[in-house]
Design a protein around this ligand. Sequence first.
Ligand SMILES: [Zn+2]
Length: 359
Amino acid sequence: MNGLLFGPGLAENGMPAQFEVNSDGLRFATSSLEVGHPSWRDIRIQKSGWDGSQLRLEWHGSAGAYALVVAEAAAVKSILAAGKLSISRAPGAAQTRAWASGIVVFTFVVPLLVIAAILWQHETIAGWLVGFISVEQEQKLGAHLFEGQKAKLKKIDGAPATMVRDIGARLTKGSAYRYEFYVSDDKTVNAYAMPGGYIVMHSGLLQLAASADEVAGVLAHEVAHVEKRHSLTAIARQLGLTAVLSLAFGDLGSIASAAGDLLSLKFSRDHEREADSVGLNRLVVAGMQPTAMATFFRKMAAQDKINLGFLSTHPSSEERFSAIDGAIGALPAAARGVPALDYDYAAIKAELPQDGATR
Ligand SMILES: [Zn+2]
């Protein structure tokens, strides 16, 4: 019988070897080798080959470790019969089994988990799904949605808009999004961010603010909503899997047709907390005062006017504000002690439309 022999002093890709299968072990025809006369007791047998039809026999001869690979069907049969040994599971077979169970997991288990997650953890799964949407796609969706919103804006230009744009640019330096900042003549105290980086501040919010730094705090919070894709996630939650997938594949139609539903979107408490903390970091990185954020949010809450969502109100609580205080307290003193933004805020406010507004 023929096999391929591997061992000390032999060719790296094996040496053809003739052998006999006896009841007590193997006997090689080429006796000059230090292969020995291995008995079944000392031989380890494994199935090998891509389909497991070959055998690999391993033992220790006087010169070291040897291996014999046997491919002939007759030889395999007689070795198995004579050896009466249990065959160890070859690594190849184990891998095949791992593959098979992997396929089972992906075919049945993952979809079930996804369905379960959609039912029980809507926001988490929505967040995961939006990971499949590129920034470019999100930007397109945002532009599309903002197109409808823009018509309703009473855009204000001049110093207030310039200030909001400049602070916004400082807060979004290095971002993957192309931001656009707008000030709208609307006396309600509100600001919102749409997917892709469209941020709108109402004049009412600018009127309530006492400084450019307070405005920066709100802007940082809105920018964080964009960077963490909260609006996109909220849309995914609202409109469901189909819409998100069609968006991922470049179809805006299904989202656009459901755009009316977006008016009821709300951020979760988790997203608000995240926007606060990410926004705070943005302020620090941009070299702006972090303290004004908490001050202004409290002022808004006191007036029951906190409204910093995406076209909608969002949860606010003292717990949230104390979390901001805690984060500010944990900052290095240098980050807390930065000077106020250099704007004549009273003069900027004076440029806002005054007519008919009660503030
Ligand atoms: Zn918010």
